[in-house]
Design a protein around this ligand. Structure first.
Ligand code: GDP
Ligand code: IMO
Ligand code: MG
Length: 437
């Protein structure tokens, strides 16, 4: 029987998707990235060795896995080639296990120039990886796709037109000059293309014909989704389940038998600007940042930290139609005497538990908290339910009951092995499906 799994971020990204996808990929044949680009930073730690993947699907770290860079991604070929070579340099065979969509759009150097310029007026706090401008060009029908590179004359002409447009924008709107050179840009992109050309294919057709198991790896998180997140403080793709079909080119029906799981930290973080109702700007926030090592895997920026927000997670459950939730970084809460969880928002005397669309509302909501007694015991590296203090179990039970969705797995440290199942999935052969609570 065909079985697929979708792993999404339930919060504002950096939930630990990389760690989770890596360990789950052991059970899958194919790993697919389908939206976003090198703004993602997915960390995996194996035997003390750290890998951060930006463009390649995390699952590709397993020798048996085929990795797919699907059409909804915006691909910076220089970084893709760099990532490929870095991993091969570390002894992993990647090239012949990779497929790259011929329909994927490119991130070009002028997109990065524009990303910086746009940030000067109305800061979003982007990763400056050219993601927003690349999607702007895609939807403005000025994009260059991987398949265009097969025709160097067409590529040259598209780059030329785009550069002229960007030049005008820089000069006339921002009163700036850029130092981008057409010939150099063209030569470089053709050079990078040569390196990956043998792996370019119609990945939609390939996936439609493939009969094994596929894991779809979301990047960013539901609250950064262009439609369902805290717009305009979002990324420029559908980072929720909404992005699966357009990101892969697969019909919505394809996913009707898939499992949809999302990853959340046991608290909350966000990097960049934008609403964050449960943010802690005091020493507790600092404690979370230091204990959790909350510094961006892509940009190194300190992440904003706060208590877990169940209004946000409920939004994620609904938008993504979640079948399960994976909780990470429980161990980071080990040192807290009191742990709070947001269960509703209050605004002008009204209490509600749905995530509002409008920024002006969001900037004024006050979180309503439920307080939990901290466990003040080490849970780092716990490998079974029985190793958890009862206070931690109460915390987990409350989250599950509130959301009405099973907690399927708990991650208790960054290492691949530091986790355990709370509900064993049916596909794990030889092991009975059992539920802890
Ligand atoms: P992603 O973007 O969702 O893949 O997450 P990142 O890799 O950007 O950030 C998650 C960080 O938390 C990484 O440094 C991981 O190594 C680390 N991490 C993941 N799970 C755990 C956990 O259960 N406990 C602790 N302490 N760290 C974790
Ligand atoms: P992973 O996959 C956390 C944030 C940026 C900024 C906003 C827009 O590692 O979870 P962009 O460069 O995409 O235009 O920036 O989105 N952002 C992320 N935050 N994790 C990510 O990816 C992110 N990718 C983008 O900080 O606020
Ligand atoms: Mg990340």
């Amino acid at each position: 029987m065909k079985r697929d799994l979708v792993i999404l971020g339930a919060q504002w990204g950096d939930e630990g998707k990389g760690k989770v996808v890596d360990l789950l990929s052991a059970d899958f044949d194919v790993a697919v990235r389908y939206q976003g680009g090198s703004n993602a930073g997915h960390t995996v730690v194996v035997g003390g060795e750290r890998f951060v993947l930006h463009l390649l699907p995390t699952g590709i770290l397993h020798e048996h896995t085929i990795g797919v860079v699907a059409q909804g991604m915006v691909v910076d070929l220089e970084l893709l080639v760099g990532e490929l070579e870095e991993l091969e340099g570390r002894g992993l065979r990647i090239y012949d296990r990779l497929f790259i969509s011929d329909r994927a759009h490119l991130v070009m150097p002028y997109h990065k120039v524009l990303d910086s310029l746009f940030e000067r007026r109305g800061k979003i706090g982007t990763t400056l990886r050219g993601i927003g401008p690349s999607y702007m060009f895609k939807y403005g029908r000025k994009g260059i796709r991987v398949c265009d590179l097969e025709d160097p004359d067409r590529t040259y002409r598209l780059i030329k037109e785009n550069l002229e447009f960007v030049q005008d924008l820089c000069e006339k709107v921002y009163c700036e000059n850029h130092s981008l050179n057409l010939e150099e840009m063209f030569e470089k992109i053709m050079e990078y293309y040569k390196r990956i050309r043998g792996r370019v294919t119609d990945t939609t057709q390939w996936l439609l014909k493939f009969e094994g198991s596929v894991l779809f790896e979301g990047a960013q998180g539901t609250m950064l989704d262009i439609d369902m997140g805290t717009y305009p403080f979002v990324t420029s793709s559908n980072a929720s389940a909404l992005g699966l079909s357009n990101g892969t080119g697969l019909p919505p029906k394809y996913f009707s038998t898939a499992n949809f799981w999302a990853v959340s930290k046991a608290y909350a973080t966000r990097v960049g600007e934008g609403p964050f109702p449960t943010e802690l700007t005091d020493e507790k926030g600092e404690q979370l940042r230091e204990r959790g090592g909350e510094y961006g895997a892509t940009t190194g920026r300190p992440r904003r930290c706060g208590w877990l927000d169940l209004v946000v997670l409920k939004h994620a459950v609904e938008v993504n139609g979640l079948d399960g939730l994976i909780l990470t970084k429980l161990d980071v809460l080990d040192g807290f005497e009191e742990i709070k969880v947001c269960v509703a928002y209050e605004l002008d005397g009204q209490v509600f538990d749905h995530f509002p669309a409008g920024l002006s509302k969001l900037s004024k909501v006050a979180p309503i908290y439920k307080s939990f007694k901290g466990w003040l015991r080490n849970t780092r590296g716990a490998r079974s339910f029985s190793e958890l203090p009862k206070e931690a179990l109460q915390y987990l039970q409350f989250i599950q009951d509130y959301l009405g969705v099973s907690l399927v797995m708990l991650s208790t440290g960054p290492e691949r092995e530091e986790y355990f199942w709370l509900q064993e999935p049916a596909w794990r052969e030889g092991e009975k499906t059992r539920k802890v609570f």
